[in-house]
Design a protein around this ligand. Structure first.
Ligand code: ADP
Length: 478
């Protein structure tokens, strides 16, 4: 039987628009799946996307979307990139903004309308181009699951992936009217959540299958600790919920051919030169000391409070710490304060893809004290570049990082240092463990080599998505 045609919809996709892991997944998963399926990707045409560079052109498909009292004109644009067709939804309301979702500390107030419009465009495409599977990602696309389920003439089925349950797309009840959602669905079994509209619930309730980005997180979100109030609702729908661990694009993140690096490498020994170059770049010497890096969004989720609280204490030890990221203002200030006058800390605010590659290549350890972590890509990238994650034993981190050196014997498990509770004591103890492991040069290098050999590609997980698409398309998932 012919494979189903797939439309992969996300609010961001590398290399066009990226704030985090979702963008990586929206590029690298379809890129792997295209070996098996006819699969296209759709995302909003944000103002910051470089149309010229990517040769993004209108595809002579435009249509109107009626939402509440207003009608919006939508134009589709397209480009072909790395073997995939990308579609871009162009509407000023959606894309003509300084940020994708809003300034660092809050979302735009009209995000309900903006992404509601995006969802209508996704469903329009499903109908117009006849996609059998529409793969939706996170709350920005969740309304499309409801629209697909309600449209009896549409042959498409939907898969909904939760990349982070902390962001649910909740809006005042007035959004029901703005988005023209049937008032009868405003119940706890439907899209109501403590008197508000919750778009994530629409994805969970109405998609044919729901996945999240690691098996452990799929279990965690059924509990009050990690369910963000949706644990009961997810329990109701648990039969269609599964966890599939993310992979990374090993052609983009490829130490042996990465053009961002000072020098490419195939063994941990090759990291030394990258470390020297990187330390030179940031004006720090003492390459004998272990280099710990942190790369990510500055939000509570990433354990940044714990890191800041401990920064002064850990940098008293013989080590170097380099931090790259951006996010909430208060964290920027606190980080600067904690780093003041310390020669072994380097902080770079901003988003810098190329610098991040050089940091992964130079690092001995990656710090990942996340309070919760649906999957986490940083640890996969870091291991692929021969570094050891020092991480909180939670979510996808628990699925992908295993205590070293015990796990050295297990071929396909990455090794790192894990701590079970996100407390200062546990973090410092893990840090001490990292220092002693580093002191044992032979074992440390063996673990680095082991990590570089672990399969962190999409190959296995893409197979699981392929199976899921087939069962959803055959109606085998209810
Ligand atoms: P998130 O919760 O932000 O999605 P993930 O670990 O899933 O976290 O993915 C983060 C991705 O974004 C990784 O590819 C990481 O290297 C990248 N990243 C995060 N912050 C930055 C930054 N400031 N500069 C460059 N890359 C970054």
């Amino acid at each position: 039987m012919a494979e189903p045609r797939v439309l992969f919809a996300a609010s961001e996709a590398f290399p066009f628009a990226k704030t985090g892991g979702l963008a990586d997944v929206a590029f690298s998963l379809p890129r792997t799946l295209k070996e098996t399926f006819e699969i296209d990707v759709v995302l909003p045409l944000y103002r910051s996307i470089d149309r010229e560079r990517f040769e993004i052109v209108p595809c002579n498909e435009d249509f109107n979307v009626d939402l509440g009292a207003d009608t919006f004109r939508v134009e589709l644009h397209t480009c072909y990139y790395e073997g995939l067709s990308f579609y871009f939804v162009d509407a000023p309301l959606l894309g003509d903004r300084d940020f994708f979702y809003g300034p660092p500390d809050a979302g735009y107030e009209d995000n309900d309308l903006r992404f509601g419009l995006f969802c209508h465009a996704i469903v329009w495409m499903a109908e117009r181009f006849g996609y059998e599977i529409v793969h939706l990602n996170d709350w920005q696309t969740a309304l499309a699951a409801l629209l697909i389920a309600q449209d009896e003439t549409l042959m498409s089925r939907s898969v909904f992936t939760i990349h982070n349950l902390a962001y649910q797309g909740t809006f005042p009840v007035s959004s029901m009217l703005r988005l023209a959602i049937d008032r009868r669905l405003f119940t706890p079994e439907g899209v109501e959540f403590y008197g508000q509209l919750n778009l994530m619930k629409a994805g969970i309730a109405y998609a044919d299958a729901v996945t999240t980005v690691s098996p452990n997180y799929a279990c965690e979100i059924l509990t009050p600790e990690y369910g963000f109030g949706l644990e009961g609702f997810l329990q109701v729908h648990r039969r269609k919920l599964s966890g599939i661990v993310n992979g990374i694009d090993t052609t983009l993140f490829a130490p042996a051919s990465d053009t961002a690096l000072a020098t490419t490498f195939e063994t941990p020994a090759g990291k030394r030169l990258n470390k020297l170059h990187f330390l030179h770049e940031i004006g720090i010497d003492n390459a004998q000391a272990p280099l710990f890096i942190f790369i990510g969004r500055f939000t509570a989720q990433k354990g940044i409070d714990l890191l800041i609280d401990l920064l002064e204490e850990i940098v008293r030890r013989p080590c170097l710490v380099a931090i790259l990221g951006e996010g909430e203002r208060a964290y920027h200030e606190r980080l600067l304060e904690a780093a003041e006058g310390k020669k072994n800390i380097h902080i770079r605010f901003g988003y810098d893809e190329s610098l991040s590659h050089r940091m992964y290549a130079a690092a001995d350890f990656l710090l990942m004290p996340s309070l919760f972590e649906p999957c986490g890509l940083n640890q996969l990238i870091a291991m692929h570049y021969g570094a050891l994650p020092l991480a909180h034993n939670v979510g996808g981190l628990a699925d992908t990082v295993h205590p070293s050196p015990a796990c050295l014997d297990e071929q396909n498990r990455g090794c790192g240092i894990l701590f079970d509770v996100p407390s200062k004591e546990a973090f410092v103890a893990a840090f001490e463990q990292a220092l002693s492991l580093y002191a044992n040069e032979k074992t440390f290098e063996r673990i680095g080599a082991h990590n570089m050999a672990v399969d962190v590609s999409w190959d296995q997980s893409a197979q699981r998505y392929a199976d899921l698409y087939r069962s959803v398309s055959d109606g085998r998932v209810e």
